[in-house]
Design a protein around this ligand. Structure first.
Ligand SMILES: O=P(O)(O)OC[C@H]1O[C@H](OP(=O)(O)OP(=O)(O)O)[C@H](O)[C@@H]1O
Length: 176
């Protein structure tokens, strides 16, 4: 299998190049279960976080452990946007999204319990990869709908097009 080498802090990984649609392949970055990459990326991104951020917001699931490390390193709390609506949620705020790696609609859901932690606050969105930007766009809409201000976006990698609004540790090309 073809691979693409990346460096994250002091560690390197050979990412497998896999198809996500008939025309597009990606260098698959999945940090779930990779403690060293998660720790390195989390520490580096925490250092790049603007000081005036109040709260981190991250979508489940692949960026969840990253948000935990950034939270621990920065002292900022984090909120998880879920991908299914749960019966215990109160007045959830939801958007549909199609990400490059999933390729079919997914739900992004903010539990109403978390609205007050975002309203009037400066928010940093945390994700592992920003590719098509669909996930980022929908999370931004949810945050703004509940009165938060997106003051930063941090990700381990941008992918495909350049995204100056995203603070990232590296960039991944798309493959044919
Ligand atoms: O910029 P986009 O094209 O929206 O793609 C980026 C998003 O896609 C991936 O999540 P994925 O859909 O694979 O979900 P998962 O983390 O729950 O596996 C990734 O973790 C980002 O959240």
């Amino acid at each position: 299998m073809d691979t693409f080498k990346v460096q994250i802090g002091r560690v390197t990984r050979d990412l497998p190049i896999v198809p996500v649609s008939p025309d597009v392949k990606v260098a698959l970055f999945n940090m779930l279960g990779d403690t060293d990459v998660t720790e390195e990326a989390g520490r580096e991104l925490a250092q790049k976080l603007p000081a005036d951020i109040d709260v981190l917001v991250t979508p489940e699931v692949k960026a969840l452990s990253l948000a935990h490390v950034i939270s621990r390193e920065s002292g900022k709390p984090y909120i998880v946007i879920r991908k299914t609506q749960k019966p215990y949620m109160v007045d959830p705020v939801a958007r549909e999204v199609v990400s490059i790696t999933t390729g079919k609609p997914q739900l992004l859901v903010l539990d109403g319990f978390d609205v007050q932690k975002i309203k009037g606050r400066k928010v940093a969105i945390v994700d592992d990869v920003v590719s098509s930007g669909g996930t980022l766009h929908s999370i931004r809409q949810i945050i703004e709908e509940v009165g938060g201000e997106v003051a930063a976006v941090v990700a381990v990698f941008t992918e495909g097009q350049e995204r100056p609004e995203v603070t990232a540790l590296g960039h991944l090309p798309l493959f044919k």
